[in-house]
Design a protein around this ligand. Structure first.
Ligand SMILES: Cc1ncc(COP(=O)(O)O)c(C=O)c1O
Length: 387
């Protein structure tokens, strides 16, 4: 056989999915891969039952069913404060994953560079590799996970830098960037003519007093921002694979071309069923925030009581926990494997998210029912005995 694609040779198994496999093997509570163990809102499930009988069951228009795009446009306009046209500014995608891949394929040329904060969501490295794009990683320094504006400027200054991929609220760090931090990024993007590609899948999971700012809405940024987001987290439907791109018409037209040939369309019955979710009043988002705050409070209080130190999450449903006290000479990878097998709780080794040599952290997620979180904490309380 002739050699297969060299890039796929370089990709290794996802550490997160490996931890999920280990977790299943040994019956651990899986706080590694981030998905809720509770159901989506009942009104969405009821609507799905109706759609099963009524349809649609065939392809939707490539850009997304009109009512799906109209509902996304209305909801995003309300939060972002930009008046969106469903035909010109919204593209329905197969999750944020496709949104970001289609965006990269639409705007990047081989040899271009992209600025990415480290620690980062693992998809970003793969999507850069597949597009022959070189990432320039800029450290978010733990435990506060803040960046050095001078280091960031150096990355923007590189004439090959075409874009920055900005995850906000951020997985895995739990950071929600302040308006001032985003203004720093926006100023650099304008100064060095760089496009910002956002990943805002956790836009509605933000803990008070923190607030999510859409960088696209800062002065001069609508011209140069491609917003990628998802319904996975906002409506607890990670398996439905629904997301979207929001951008100005010029950038959007490029993304549409890729999406057309990449996936044709997102699942049409699910687009139809989620419209009722997208049309929820503001109170839905307040309740979602309250629910996630409740889960975060249970988990962080429990960890504190056991004696863990960690960075308080500002948003998303992830947190980075310092494992130094419990590692006893183990690497973070060994620590997480043993934690799953001996204590019965699965987390992700922090080093898998960092470009730098940082390996004293583990990422836990807390999008779980109260009883799941309490059981995980019960098990973690034995960590000193069992490890
Ligand atoms: C930061 C981030 N972006 C994107 C995704 C994937 O989103 P989607 O389900 O919309 O493809 C995830 C899922 O965990 C994530 O954490």
């Amino acid at each position: 056989m002739k050699p297969l694609n060299q890039k796929t040779e370089q990709i290794t198994d996802s550490v997160i999915r490996r931890m999920t496999r280990i977790s299943m093997e040994c019956g651990a509570i899986n706080l590694s891969q981030g998905f809720p163990d509770f159901d989506p809102p009942q009104c969405i499930l009821d609507r799905l039952c109706e759609v099963v009988k009524e349809g649609p069951h065939q392809y939707s228009p490539t850009w997304g069913a009109y009512n799906y795009r109209a509902a996304v446009a209305k909801k995003v306009s309300m939060f972002m404060g930009i008046d969106l046209d469903p035909d010109k500014n919204v593209l329905g995608t197969v999750g944020s994953t496709e949104a970001m891949m289609a965006t990269f394929m639409a705007i990047m040329n081989p040899g271009d560079k992209v600025v990415i904060f480290s620690p980062y969501f693992e998809n970003y490295a793969a999507q850069s590799l597949f597009n022959d794009v070189e990432p320039i990683f800029v450290l978010l320094n733990p435990p506060a996970f803040t960046f050095d504006a001078n280091v960031l400027e150096e990355a923007f200054k590189d004439p090959k830098t075409k874009a920055m991929l900005l995850c906000n609220p951020s997985n895995p760090s739990g950071r929600v960037f302040t308006k001032e931090e985003l203004q720093t990024i926006a100023d650099l993007a304008i100064k060095y003519d760089v496009i910002i590609v956002t990943d805002e899948v956790y836009e509605h999971i933000v803990f008070e007093p923190h607030q999510h700012t859409y960088i696209a809405a800062l002065p001069g940024m609508w011209e140069r921002t491609i917003c990628c987001s998802s319904l996975s987290k906002t409506y607890s439907i990670t398996g439905w694979r629904l997301g979207y791109i929001v951008a100005n018409e010029e950038l959007m037209n490029r993304c549409k071309k890729v999406h057309d040939f990449l996936t044709v369309c997102a699942p049409s019955p699910l687009q139809e069923a989620i419209v009722v979710g997208l049309e929820q009043p503001m109170s839905y988002y307040k309740e979602l925030q309250a629910h996630y705050t409740h889960m975060k409070n249970i988990f962080t209080k429990g960890l504190k009581d056991i004696g863990f130190t960690f960075t308080e999450p500002e948003g998303s449903y992830f947190m980075m926990v310092d494992i130094s006290e419990f590692a006893n000479g183990r690497t973070d990878v060994e620590f997480c494997e043993e934690l799953a097998r001996k204590v019965g709780v699965a987390a992700v080794p922090g080093s898998s998210f960092f470009k730098e040599d940082i390996n004293h952290l583990a990422r836990f997620h807390f999008a779980k029912k109260d009883e799941t979180l309490y059981e995980a904490l019960n098990r973690l309380a034995d960590i000193r005995k069992k490890m």
